[in-house]
Ligand binder design. Structure first.
Ligand code: ADP
Length: 498
């Protein structure tokens, strides 16, 4: 008998998958869904079914929220150090199982194994960061202006939370919400994306093993998100929603949140401008473009969506970028040499192709890529488009794929106007060797984050988030835990005459 390997065996579940629970986690118990309903999880590289996971009904969702509500009071009273140590143990376990978690992620989501390993480490960092923040929540103590009252400001957990995560970073988007909620003393219901439930289930099992009490984290996978989540949002018992996903769904949730005046954190879409000034270092700019465009096959809200390059550099930049993109190896993420995996599903790929076809029809030139490959899996080739017309749909729509449109510009004021001419404002990228220009243009970009001479901004120690329709609130950094805390102030009169 041969030992299991990481290659796909079409007849047996992959060994990494076999170790993951597939039920609903409600009040510390792994349960089947009402009626035993399940849905299939597909490998986007092959189309194979990887596993069947429990498909929660609205009644299951209600039970999960009831468990979170039931656990809230006692959980809020636990010592910060206790919560901190649970998160720290979870960090250690995630890192101990980095390879296994990465394989699960690659199988269900498609990203190359090296990127999945990177995401597991990034996801684990949120557990470590918030284990450190759990014991650093501070308040304030002052007096009123007339000296009559003490003002004592404390922080309390906001209460049971609804956490909804997307499929593109299946583990990190979970830890970025779960870790600050745990640190703050909140309980929660988590609804992962139906394309990638397994990473969240593996994480939940690790948190249980780390000592998280029953009911604090409840995990509900479902194909009926709209019903299950609406019931949570309008329950009146959930006090906070934290969502990462599309702007359209974010708006639905904000409307629902209005019904019960829930605290809301929203990480929504982006349409990131990537601006290369005439004085930029070309090598740095091309490296930055590869990172900002190709991380996660372009399936990231931080992905550079529009590359504005000064006319003096546009041709050289496009040629070098096209050469780098064309040299990437596209394939199954579990294969050693793969640098670009498949897109998540056929709808995602069809959208990318539609946007590319629209740009080509309006006069753009494909320097590389632009055509669908044959064969199984939802692969799309790395694509560079030159001379993309301003009216192309690609300019106003998040492509969420490995497509880099390059648009020449002549003047800084013009490029800032074009960069800001969008409803989104998550991140912008800026390449220049002039420090004054770097500060000036970063201040003029209407975004929550700017990468200056870098294509990577995400870090657990930094406040991640956007302005305009890219969202509300920040995740990570010193402020990440604030999203899960309320202020309470005590007015205490001072005795007079002493
Ligand atoms: P994408 O288009 O990238 O899949 P979505 O915004 O549709 O992004 O999905 C992000 C998350 O929101 C997923 O977990 C998805 O199941 C969930 N979701 C989708 N529709 C709704 C809805 N009506 N109410 C609550 N959650 C939803």
């Amino acid at each position: 008998m041969t030992a299991p390997t990481t290659s796909l065996d079409p007849t047996a579940p992959h060994p990494a998958i076999a170790s993951i629970p597939t039920g609903l986690l409600i009040d510390g118990q792994w349960r089947e869904a009402v009626g035993g309903r399940v849905f299939d999880v597909e490998n986007p590289a092959t189309g194979d079914v990887l596993a069947a996971v429990a498909d929660a009904s609205p009644a299951d969702g209600d039970a999960a929220l009831a468990a979170a509500v039931g656990a809230q009071t006692s959980w809020a009273r636990t010592a910060p150090r206790h919560r901190s140590e649970i998160l720290r143990r979870a960090y250690d376990l995630v890192m101990d199982r980095q390879q296994l978690l990465a394989e699960v992620m690659t199988l269900e989501m498609g990203k190359p194994l090296a990127e999945a390993m990177g995401e597991v480490a990034y996801a684990a960092e949120f557990l470590r960061w918030f284990s450190e923040e759990a014991v650093r929540v501070s308040g304030d103590h002052t007096t009123t202006g007339d000296g009559a009252n003490r003002i004592i400001v404390t922080r309390e957990p906001v209460g049971p939370c609804v956490l909804i995560t997307p499929w593109n970073f299946p583990l990190a988007m979970g830890t970025r919400k779960i870790a600050p909620a745990v640190a703050a003393g909140c309980t929660m219901v988590l609804k992962p994306a139906p394309q990638t439930p397994l990473s969240s289930l593996a994480l939940a099992a690790i948190l249980q093993e780390s000592g998280l009490p029953a009911g604090v984290l409840n995990v509900v996978n479902t194909t009926d998100a709209s019903t299950v989540v609406e019931r949570w949002m309008t329950s009146g018992t959930a006090r906070k929603v934290s969502f990462t996903g599309s702007t359209g769904v974010g708006k639905i949730l904000l409307r629902q949140a209005a019904e019960t005046v829930m605290r809301s954190s929203m990480e929504l879409g982006g349409n990131a401008p990537f601006v290369v000034c005439a004085d930029a270092d070309l090598d740095t700019a091309v490296d930055g473009a590869m990172a900002a465009k190709m991380r996660n096959m372009g399936e990231a809200c931080t992905a550079a969506n529009r590359m504005y390059v000064h006319r003096d550099l546009a041709a050289a930049f496009s040629d070098r970028l096209a050469a780098r993109m064309a040299a990437l190896t596209v394939g199954n993420g579990l294969d050693d040499d793969t640098e670009v995996g498949p897109l998540i599903d056929s709808a995602a790929r069809a959208k990318v192709q539609r946007l590319v076809d629209d740009a080509l029809a309006r006069g753009a030139t494909a320097l590389t890529g632009g055509r669908l490959p044959d064969g199984p899996g939802y692969f799309y080739p790395p694509t560079v488009l030159a001379d993309v017309a301003a009216e192309s749909e690609l300019m106003t729509t998040e492509v969420f794929g490995p497509v880099a449109p390059v648009i020449p510009f002549d003047d800084e004021d013009e490029v800032i106007d074009r960069a800001n001419d969008t409803d989104w404002g998550l991140v912008g990228y800026l390449f220049t060797q002039d420090v004054d220009r770097a500060f000036d243009l970063s201040e003029r970009l209407d975004v929550g984050m700017v990468g200056v001479n870098t294509g990577v901004v995400s870090n657990p120690a930094a406040p991640f988030g956007g302005v305009k329709q890219s969202g509300l609130g920040r995740e990570g950094g010193r402020v990440g835990i604030d999203e899960f805390l309320e202020y309470k102030y005590l007015a205490v009169p001072r005795r007079r005459g002493r």
